[in-house]
Design a protein around this ligand. Structure first.
Ligand code: C5P
Length: 286
């Protein structure tokens, strides 16, 4: 039996630039791993490759990135279609939340399958295959704190964010990533606004000051359609968050705090709303 956590991410900064010729938008983003995680378990069995996601709405067919990851890795390695493995995915990370749950699952699957198939889990190999599965997937070959450029798939590690408690709330609705990009594009007439280049800190101890310059370009357009997003950001900020922001294209909102108790208290009024959920998490180094 092989098992691994698939930790989620938040984006500390997410600037959406112009649409590229291939239809994707150029980005400057800072990814940060958190300890909210799904758990992937693989056992050998006498039968086909199967995926089960108990107690979750996650798909168990080829639309799940775990299945696509297995197929892509087998093909890259010149192996036959995956078989003889039973994969169980225990979901904790909510979908359509901007937390990269499906992307993290895909990377955890690639790593475990490399081990099972006796191949070195070389970071470049993982990132290359991951990039074919989704723009967010390559980051998970690194984890920790990292800059993403290109369509978010070109990764450079950054000085690690000092450990912080992370309150995450998700309203009762999700946001489809492609919709959020369209809303950003529609909100701009002509070319995107001039963007002061985001300067990542040179040292870890500069991060806390640098957070004041972070922004997420999805926040105004998602917030315009869902005022609850702005309310959640304001609630976490008023409770003392170092940074409170939409994660990715949403719909989850996170707040970073010095300690878990402040984070828990900050999100309590939001989690009390009908249909809202909350997770007390923490940033991690990898
Ligand atoms: O790469 P991924 O499959 O996660 O992207 C989902 C959708 O989000 C794309 O089809 C595209 O519409 C949009 N997208 C984008 N620019 C990016 C990443 C994603 O426009 N950098």
């Amino acid at each position: 039996m092989w098992t691994a956590p698939a930790r989620a991410k938040i984006n500390l900064h997410l600037a959406v630039h112009a649409r590229r010729a291939d239809g994707y938008h150029a980005l400057t983003t800072v990814f940060q791993t958190i300890d909210l995680a799904d758990t992937l378990t693989i056992v050998e069995h006498d039968g086909p490759f199967t995926l089960r996601c108990p107690d979750s709405d996650a798909p168990e067919d080829a639309s799940n990135l775990v299945v696509r990851a297995a197929r892509a890795l087998a093909s890259e390695l010149g192996r036959p279609e995956p078989a003889g493995l039973r994969v169980t995915l225990a979901k904790q990370v909510p979908a359509q939340a901007g937390l990269g749950g499906g992307s993290a699952d895909a990377m955890a699957a690639l790593r475990l399958l490399c081990g099972i198939w006796g191949v070195a889990a070389d970071r470049d190999l993982l990132a290359r295959i991951g990039g074919r599965l989704g723009s967010d997937v390559p980051f998970f070959a690194w984890g920790g704190t990292a800059l993403g450029v290109g369509r978010g798939d070109e990764i450079t590690p950054l000085p690690p964010l000092p450990p912080l408690a992370c309150a995450i709330v998700r309203p009762p609705f999700g946001v489809a990533t492609a919709d959020a990009y369209r809303w950003v594009a529609e909100s701009r007439s002509g070319s995107p606004p001039a963007d002061p280049a985001f300067e990542p800190p040179a040292r870890a101890d500069q991060w806390l000051d640098r957070l004041a310059r972070c922004r997420n370009d999805f926040e105004p357009v998602v917030g315009a359609r869902h005022p609850e997003i702005g309310e959640a950001v304001a609630t976490l900020r008023a409770a003392g968050a170092r940074l409170a922001m939409l994660s990715g294209s949403g719909s989850a909102v996170f707040g970073l705090f010095e300690d878990a108790e402040t984070a828990r208290r900050a999100m309590a009024p939001l989690v009390g709303r009908p249909g809202w959920r909350g997770w007390l998490s923490a940033t991690t180094r990898a």
